[in-house]
Design a protein around this ligand. Sequence first.
Ligand code: ADP
Length: 441
Amino acid sequence: MSNRTLTRQATGVILRHAALLGIGYLIGALNQAPWIGISAALIGALTWHVAYRTFLQHWLQISPPPPIPPGSGDWPQIFARIQHFRNRSAAHKERSEKFGAIWQTFVDSLPDAAFVLNSEFEIQACNQRAADILAIDKSHLTGLISNYLRQPQLQSFLHNANDRNNVVITTPRAPDLTLRCRLSHCDKDHLLLQLLDISEQVQAQKMRIDFVANASHELRTPVTVLKGYLDSLVDDETLPGDLRQPVDVMNEQVNRMQELISDLMELNVLESGGLAPVDTPVNVATVLEGVHREAQASPHCPQDFRIEVTSDTGIYGSTSEFHSIVSNLVSNALRFTAAAGSVQVRWSTSPAGGELRVSDTGIGIDEAELTRITERFYRTEAGKARHQFGTGLGLAIVKHALARHESSLSISSEFGKGSVFTCTFPPHRLCEGLSDSDAEH
Ligand code: ADP
């Protein structure tokens, strides 16, 4: 109701009561008793209000309510207004019951645990699977979803529309389950929260990681023993000439096996861990200097090999993993670039983040193979033709190590002309003003 209407109504009420008192006064004055006239008018008005108030109380308690009392003035209007609100709320209730039933049918038809939430994240409907996971009777699941699922990552997932990727939670109510959260819009006022049970996938992944860890560990000892004997044979001056070549080949293969085992173990550790430390500084310039020295000792190092560090900003993370990222990219660039070509490594930072770029003028990568080269053991046809065999795990290690630093790898290449591998680090991983003593070595 607007202020103007309110003022008009209040003025009407006051005028009507003033008129009543005036009439009482006049009648009283005509009979030589004006105060009796006023008192009679007041008593009449009061009786009228008390009668209507009593009836209102009675009227509000009875369902369905009796008809609105006839007459004009304020009270019938008040009754009419209350009746209007009553009708509206009954219609609203009917509508929300109808919608509630629709949402219920909808979530019941879903195979995974599902909740329909309103825009305040209050549960409007949920299915039996959701109630089973939370170990609560379905009819008691009402109110805020955060009363039942308190995980901070789920809360930020719900409240931050830009951060709705891949949230995985466990709940103490169902400790054996691992649940992936998925949120979608049902309509403009309702959201569908699904909890997908990925426990089997997680278990299978864990078994694979354990298997690779155990297998690599078991292989490492016999290969180390073989390597020891082969090293002494390689150094043995008295070795018969016809055995020299087989011993060299065996030595080369054992070296490859050792590299493979070490890469498999490294990849496994990266895969099974969470994020790299967010508070340990890594001195990028120092790591790049080290890689520079290693590269110069490599037989593949082209004459034009340059490292450019344009910023003394470092990153937060793991020095050994950052070293592994750079050395894998650089060793690929060196192996696939001719001695007359060039390899450049560049570290730069901007408000948008840090960028490590390793570019070469080597054999390049066919466009059709670009998306596959980070797969384990994938080698390009051109790479195979050059017999420059690595373990086939280098780029997979780079990708996983970058993911642990919330960073990404992008690759561009032109077949026959060269490639550019770019690692992008987000701004919050950058570490300003790093002195040598701050960094982890
Ligand atoms: P590998 O140990 O075989 O180098 P990687 O995972 O590091 O394994 O690389 C996978 C494949 O990607 C390589 O075998 C090669 O075919 C291709 N590749 C990687 N880096 C380059 C590069 N700089 N230039 C051309 N091809 C590359």
